[in-house]
Design a protein around this ligand. Sequence first.
Ligand SMILES: [Zn+2]
Length: 412
Amino acid sequence: MAKIYFIDVTNRDGVQTARLGLSKLEKTMINMYLNEMGVFQSEFGFPTTKHESRYLQANMELAKMGVLRPIRLGGWIRAVVTDVERAFKLVPTIKHLNLSISTSDQMIRGKFLGAKSREDVTNMMVDAVEAARARGIESIGVNAEDASRTKIDFLIRFASTAREHGADRFRYCDTLGYDNPFTIYESVKTVAENVGIPIELHCHGDLGMAVANSLAGAKGVIDGGQDAYINTTINGIGERAGNADLVATALAITKSKGFAGKYKLAKPVNLTKAWKISRFASYAFEVPIPINQPGVGANAFAHSSGIHADGVLKDPENYELYSFDEVGRGEPELVETGRAICSGEYTGISGFKHIMGQMAVSFDDTAQAEAVLELARYANVEAQKPLIEDELLFIAKYPEIARKLLTLTPLQ
Ligand SMILES: [Zn+2]
């Protein structure tokens, strides 16, 4: 039976969100955490954007070193030949790409302003797929932007053409969050049955249904006989009202009524990492986790009213679908309430040795400590907030990778 995979797009959809962004080190930490969590693929950035080049190359190096493994790292570009060429020029080692183009009449008319037809859009996609294939790409996803507002017969033709020319997956983008669970189920099941290609579900929350639509979409794709790939972001951070939240979607697949028995993840997602990854994304994006966020919100396991508190004390299953330790909660956390020595862009060697010493990191000599300190300072310049322990440990462990991540010289 067909299975469900996760493709997290925090490092693409999440960072292109208005008012939000991540440093290159923070993006790298997200890839590390997604890998630990068992997520199938991270859409790790934009290979045609110059300031991403060194970050993308450094992360490809981490993959080669076996550090970012088994997670797959996929880039996102427009489905045009010039983007494919530029992606391979700037990131020659790129192995996985998603190629995106608009397919709805609204967007073909409204974005290309009469200059392109459905056939033109299809041809541009075909040329881009063939260009990527010719350069030895390992996997290609073809994205139909605004698929939910695209006439189903054209969507089938477009996806069939993509498959015939070597696309491995078809991304059904509910770009505006227009679908509901009933409509997306029907649409993607129809595409799966008629085209015979694995389908990605890319759902947005403009109507509050991103997770529900992802689940219904996955069911539709699997009922249509194909593997389903759900696009998620950490804490649901994404364009406008956001995307399907990674943790909530994983919980919904594994815990919701009657779903897990029939529709399964290809490989388990380690939900005990949920608390850590959500907290990190919240800190890095500087966006608080809502108090009522599934699994990781402050109130997700809080009870105060008489009947609920009494019930949960007698048996937690009275009022909890899953336990806090399943999402990595319950460990006491040490919060410094007195003097704090933090990392910063002007940190000196004494404070730095103190910080690293608290993490039980020792250096061979002062020169080595100073070299790592210098990198940590640069990381602070980019992040503009104290580095967390894992970031400092990463820099100490992979100083040469960190140097590449932190080199932001504008390319010619
Ligand atoms: Zn999106």
